[in-house]
Design a protein around this ligand. Structure first.
Ligand code: NAD
Length: 357
């Protein structure tokens, strides 16, 4: 039976970049190497425009019925004045929680051809290849009680709760160990076990699980040190696993080591490796509709889909290699443009990847 892929371009450049990534999927479909069926649905601002809410019922139903989701980006200034529950980002957050996509995979890869794009010295970042596994549906962003209240003296107090169940730590650490097995077999668990009880439990559960992965070398690091080490010598890391808030911050720092937001894919997986795949960047209203956005993060998101949800590492490797070859030829979108290279638009870049495939 065909695998069903939901395609959700969203808003802004999401529409342009997803169109190029879909060409890659169709290339494999048309050549008979991948048995897939694609179906498109609106989300974010486009969902609001189509059905009055950022995650229309039909879109959620399609997401549930699909084997994987290719997501573009959401948001735009025209939606900024909407009530909070109608804003585009609500659509993305609702998809993540409705589908229980608890494992966020954020690779930070710097193709050697783009080493100059980083604000760090080329020798520090060239060839960088880190995978950050961030817990996405628990921790302080969701913990209860939360709120702002006024105490007896009349002073206002803001409060949130950092809470993790053992089962939540167990499942995210297993995802990270499994990924480490497919990569360099080194896992660094990042916590704050010197201060937080939640982190003590985190460290205990991760350590217990490591017994089942004797081939993976496990280390632990406090989050403050991890932030320093990421900037000092990031190539020491293979896979990192951490809770929601630490992962939010560290994965953005790691992304910026590469200096090219238009190059970075991501995945959010559930317990059965069903996933939503998307570039890490937003809808870039400043360049939307101009045909200049870099489609490579989205094309690389398709590669992650093939690797982590559809069990087709062979095709994922082909796409990764094709992107490398395109960069070798000197083609660049504006965001990664460098002296001596040729600037191309979104469609030309997508076509160049197809030509390599
Ligand atoms: P952004 O990521 O959209 O853009 C930041 C900068 O990077 C902009 O200058 C943009 O032109 C550039 N950029 C981003 N992607 C690019 C690409 N593929 N090629 C070339 N340049 C690229 O972040 P922002 O400007 O803070 O947010 C814009 C909108 O996107 C907001 O509405 C925000 O809420 C939304 N947003 C959505 C997501 C998501 O869908 N996952 C993530 C972040 C922000």
């Amino acid at each position: 039976m065909s695998l069903k892929i939901a395609v959700m371009p969203g808003d802004g450049i999401g529409i342009e970049i997803v169109a190029e990534a879909v060409k890659v999927l169709n290339h494999y479909k048309d050549s008979g190497r991948l048995d897939i069926e694609l179906e498109e649905a609106p989300v974010g601002g486009a969902g609001y425009d189509a059905a009055g809410k950022p995650l229309p019922d039909e879109t959620l139903a399609l997401a549930r019925a699909s084997d994987s989701i290719l997501f573009g980006a959401i948001g735009g200034p025209q939606y900024d004045g909407l009530a909070r529950e109608l804003r585009p980002e609500r659509g993305l957050l609702a998809l993540r929680s409705e589908l229980e996509l608890f494992a966020n995979l954020r690779p930070a890869i710097l193709y050697p051809q783009l080493a100059e794009a980083s604000s760090l010295k080329p020798e520090v970042v060239s060839g960088l290849d880190i995978m950050i596994v961030r817990e996405l549906t628990g921790g302080i962003y969701f913990g209860e009680p939360r709120g702002i209240k006024t105490d007896d003296s009349g002073e206002r107090i803001g409060f949130n709760t950092l809470v993790y169940k053992e089962s939540e730590i167990d499942r995210i650490s297993r995802v990270a160990f499994d990924i480490a097995m497919k990569r360099g077999k080194r896992l660094c668990s990042v916590d704050k076990a010197n201060v937080l009880e939640v982190s003590e439990l985190w460290r205990e559960v991760v350590t217990k699980n490591s017994a089942e992965y004797p081939d993976v070398e496990l280390s632990h690091m406090y989050v403050d040190n991890a932030a320093m080490q990421l900037v000092k010598w990031p190539k020491q890391f293979d896979v990192m696993v951490t809770k929601n808030m630490f992962g939010d911050i560290l994965s953005d720092a790691a992304a910026m080591l590469t200096g090219s937001i238009g190059m970075l894919p991501s995945a959010s997986l559930d317990a059965n490796s069903k996933g939503m795949y998307e570039p890490i960047h937003g809808s870039a209203p400043d360049i939307a509709g101009k045909g200049v956005a870099n489609p490579l993060a989205t094309i690389l998101s398709v590669a992650m889909m093939l690797r982590y949800s559809l069990d087709r590492a062979d095709l994922a490797d082909e796409i990764d290699a094709a992107v490398g070859k395109v960069l070798d030829t000197g083609l660049r979108t504006a965001d990664i443009m460098a002296a001596g290279c040729k600037e191309v638009g979104t469609v030309e870049m997508g076509e160049a990847v197809l030509a390599q495939l």
